[in-house]
Design a protein around this ligand. Structure first.
Ligand SMILES: *[C@@H]1O[C@H](CO)[C@@H](O)[C@H](O)[C@H]1NC(C)=O
Length: 208
């Protein structure tokens, strides 16, 4: 369950979520969470969060090509996540031509281990998804969060099924984006994913 506040971690836990992805700015696709959120989550004994170190990607409008300074900050954020007790990080870096930035991913993985590593939806912008999946498996990434190169996972089901078959059990293909109570069954039945990613969000009226 993807969340952007500690209250949501409590709700996710009570309702049986096995993992939370802690971000800030979910409305912008999720960015690196504050250290305060991380720390509170861990000190409340909540499921250790997987921290989304998707540095500024909302602000940058979905571009996952980082400057040297961005890259440096990402590595620092990963170290902070580790110190604060996160179980994993959610990261991704691409080249301007739309390939996985393998050398940078190698460096990020070195900083992140032994935490688990998820490659986030930067995957949905790669030029060649099968080649990219191969590279991520070679790098030893634990899972890929993807909506099958479409706006939502349901729309991207064809590619999700292809990836699931191609990768088998070598990496977890975790569908996400637009997943909700009415379509989750269809995803599960069609691609048999090991894990599924959703925010289960609903709009509530302000108390004010
Ligand atoms: C789930 O998403 C679909 C597609 O976006 C939408 O049509 C449907 O109303 C949503 N269902 C719920 C329960 O939110």
């Amino acid at each position: 369950i993807c969340i952007d506040s500690v209250e949501q971690a409590l709700v996710a836990e009570v309702n049986g979520a096995s993992r939370v992805e802690l971000c800030d700015n979910l409305l912008e696709g999720g960015t690196t969470p504050s250290a305060g959120n991380d720390k509170t989550s861990v000190s409340y004994g909540l499921p250790p969060p997987e921290e989304d170190v998707a540095f500024k990607h909302g602000i940058r409008g979905g571009d996952f090509v980082y400057t040297e300074m961005d890259f440096y900050v990402m590595k620092e954020d990963i170290k902070v996540a580790k110190q604060l007790g996160a179980d994993g990080v959610v990261i991704g870096a691409l080249t301007p031509s739309g390939d996985i930035d393998v050398p940078r991913m190698k460096e990020l993985l070195e900083v992140a281990r032994p935490m688990s590593v998820t490659f986030h939806r930067a995957f949905d912008l790669v030029r060649d998804p099968i080649q990219a999946a191969e590279q991520l498996m070679e790098l030893g990434v634990d899972r890929i969060l993807t909506s099958g190169h479409k706006r939502t996972a349901v729309e991207g089901l064809d590619l999700l099924v292809t990836l699931r078959k191609h990768c088998d059990d070598r990496i977890i293909i975790m569908p996400g984006s637009g997943v909700n109570a009415s379509n989750v069954r269809q995803l599960v039945d069609t691609m048999d994913p090991k894990e599924i990613h959703l925010s289960a969000a609903k709009l509530t009226a302000s108390s004010m």
